[in-house]
Design a protein around this ligand. Structure first.
Ligand code: ADP
Length: 256
């Protein structure tokens, strides 16, 4: 056989495009003398069915990374792909549609609508997407976060941990490919945080969903599959399947 013959690379069986990809993403705020380079040429991909925690000191670009990845903010340079679509130049209408269909969001402050019951809050993304929310789907999602018996309660009648579980149910109801979470356990006590983290873990392990999560909490980060660290808008380190202790030690080195 002619040894000079080259064969095209064979894709690994089952290989799929990452759920989210950032290529050379730079985000500059302000202009000229006052310009701040919040992200500086970031390349990262988030594989389907993986959970990544993004950590780093305050001002290192974590929120900007999350917002650019979710199309909540435009990039100054570079490209962003989500669920196989290049969203870099997508119109606002297209971005809104994608945020309502392939993306879910969970924030530190829950962001539930106070006048609506838990089940009405959970049904909201389906209504916004113009779909009639099937009652059983809403009930199933509430049951998945162990709140079947709180469906008729309003947020003020629920604990912080329960409110965050309603927010997770709301994010799950459209079965989004990617869940973007910003400090999801930031306002919770240790026990509620642990419950929320195990529910996020189940989303990844049983439904193959992808989570991109900004956090300051080493225990939350240790629930993820990997932790990436930002410094001055650049990726500076990464830990795979770390323990809480390893994450805390890495953060402590920053403060030295
Ligand atoms: P982190 O989430 O890690 O605290 P951010 O992404 O919020 O960091 O911010 C990164 C940098 O960008 C900081 O220097 C911050 O002051 C700056 N920044 C963020 N948002 C804006 C904005 N809207 N206008 C100007 N500067 C901003």
């Amino acid at each position: 056989m002619d040894s000079k013959v080259s064969y095209p690379p064979v894709e690994a069986p089952g290989a799929v495009a990452p759920a989210v990809e950032l290529h050379g993403v730079t985000r500059v705020y302000g202009a000229r003398g006052a310009a701040v380079r919040a992200l500086d040429g970031v390349d990262i991909s988030f594989p389907v069915g993986s959970w990544t925690a993004v950590m780093g000191p305050s001002g290192s670009g974590k929120s900007t990374l999350l917002h650019c990845a979710a199309g909540l903010e435009r990039v100054t340079a570079g490209r962003v792909r989500v669920a196989g679509r290049d969203i870099t130049d997508a119109s606002d209408a297209e971005l809104t549609r994608l945020r309502r269909t392939v993306m879910g969001f969970v924030f530190q402050s829950f962001n539930l609508i106070g006048s609506l019951t838990a089940e009405q809050n959970v049904a909201m993304p389906l209504r916004l997407a113009g779909r009639r929310p099937p009652r059983q789907v809403v009930r199933d999602v509430l049951a998945a976060v162990d709140l079947a018996d709180r469906a008729r309660h309003r947020p003020a009648e629920l604990s912080g941990g329960q409110q965050q579980r309603v927010a997770i149910a709301r994010a799950m109801v459209t079965r989004p490919a990617v869940l973007f979470a910003d400090e999801p356990t930031g306002a919770l006590d240790t026990r509620s945080a642990r419950t929320v983290l195990s529910m996020l873990r189940a989303m990844v392990d049983t439904s193959g969903q992808t989570i991109v999560m900004v956090t300051h909490d080493p225990a939350a980060a240790a629930s993820a599959d990997r932790v990436v660290f930002l410094g001055d808008g650049r990726l500076v380190d990464r830990l795979d399947r770390p323990s809480t202790r390893q994450v805390a030690d890495r953060l402590a080195r920053w403060e030295e």
